[in-house]
Design a protein. Structure first.
Length: 116
């Protein structure tokens, strides 16, 4: 291995300048590399947390989207029950002539209340 050309000059000022320029680079390079590794690990942790948050938001959105669909299915089921020819309901009414409530059966057909 040959010595650097700065040592060959014999000038102490050039040797000191070379050492002042080269040594900090060699000494600080491992510190910079370690710092970059620490920053990369922190960035990976942030990226994973962001991904987990996005996945949770996606699942919440799927549940929100599924709720109206389930609600629509229940509404259709209730509507088919109400419009069925066998649908009979007990209705409590108050007659102006009698203060006691009366119960009567009504049937829903074709969108109209029908009393038997």
């Amino acid at each position: 291995m040959k010595p650097p050309s700065a040592f060959k000059t014999g000038n102490s000022l050039i040797v000191v300048a070379w050492v002042a320029q080269t040594f900090p680079q060699l000494a600080l390079l491992p510190i910079v590399i370690v710092g970059q590794n620490v920053q990369a690990a922190a960035a990976d942790a942030r990226a994973e947390a962001t991904y987990n948050d996005a996945a949770a938001v996606l699942e919440e959105a799927k549940q929100i989207q599924a709720h109206p669909e389930a609600q629509n299915a229940e509404i259709v089921k209730i509507l088919s029950t109400l419009t069925s020819p066998k649908a009979v309901w007990r209705v409590h009414t108050v007659d102006a002539k009698s203060p006691a409530p009366h119960t009567r059966n009504v049937r829903i057909a074709s969108g109209r209340l029908m009393t038997p």
